[in-house]
Design a protein around this ligand. Sequence first.
Ligand SMILES: Cc1ncc(COP(=O)(O)O)c(C=O)c1O
Length: 385
Amino acid sequence: MLAQRMEKVQPSATLKITALARQLKAQGAPVVNWAAGEPDFDTPEPIKQAALAAIREGFTKYTPTTGIPELKEAIARRLKEDRGLIYEPAQIAVTCGAKHALYNLLQVLVDPGQEVLIPSPYWVSYPEMVRLAGGVPVEVRTSPQNGFQIQARELEPLITAQTAGLILNSPCNPTGTVLSRATLSAVACLMRERGKWIISDEIYSALTFDGAFTSVPSLGADVYAKTFLVDGVSKAYAMTGWRIGFMAGSAEVVEAAGRLQDHSTSNPSSISQRAALAALTQDQDFVRQMAREFAARRDRLVEGLKKIPRLSWVKPSGAFYCFVDVSQTGLASNAFCERLLKEVHVAAIPGESFGWDTHVRLSFAASQAQIEEGLARLDRFVRSL
Ligand SMILES: Cc1ncc(COP(=O)(O)O)c(C=O)c1O
């Protein structure tokens, strides 16, 4: 009964662990949640107030499909102020979360059978979205020895006549790696020479801890022309449930993505658009404060991990994840996470979901107290193996 395209799409491999964690919690187990993919902060009050005002005013009808003009202008202003990038409103489309922007871009950029390069470890949805567009995901392995920085010389042999483009994600989910300017320049130069596009998923850009974040389209006019930037308010403003993301890039492609949106979701929620407008135009101190808190938690987590035997990791420089190599424990990622949850009640995500079965993803979108408690339990668990 199901259409063929669904045969290739995998269920989310993280569901098993999160369902088990929920079940244990419901039974009263004191679960430490290191599995979260979202900030544990509440959406700031002025943003909520803007949404309430929108409802009271009756701003509750359809809007233009790719967003209200004020929001596009606010996005353009932020991109200019924060990253020095110039985009016209016609180059911006507001979507139902960054995920939707990625999905729509792949739908309008990938022809059946075309290949899309994806550095691994990768965010779970990239390969599935490529398959849903009829494309073929091609994994580009990175390595902890290089700090998970993608190497242009390793990317080069994978570029073929079938290659459509490359998806970059810095800061990265699940490694927390921030790609250096040198890495990005080398990779972008290669893709430009070969005439391929780049989708740059910069959803964690506001959460960069050690030094500068480089936005891919800022690398030069020719890179800008062939890069599609994806971002949104989900992570930076603790607004994952509001579902507002955006894409920015060439007007031609953005227009096509808008046409696709016309016949699928139409506009993102009018109320959420007003909330996002408030988020982007308010004092940005909230974002900086949240980033500082995540950096402190990262430091605490990494200090604690150093005392636990048989684990290794690359210190994350952004997002809120640490990708830990557990292969020295003798367990693969699913078995490790299942036993960690059942035996000491710590929820973490198996690396297999990100293409790396030797690793697990620990999220530090958890309070300092939860981090301390989780470290003590992880230590006990690893020593018991
Ligand atoms: C790398 C990456 N890109 C995109 C998204 C999706 O963001 P949104 O919630 O705005 O759709 C996520 C969410 O976890 C993510 O980790």
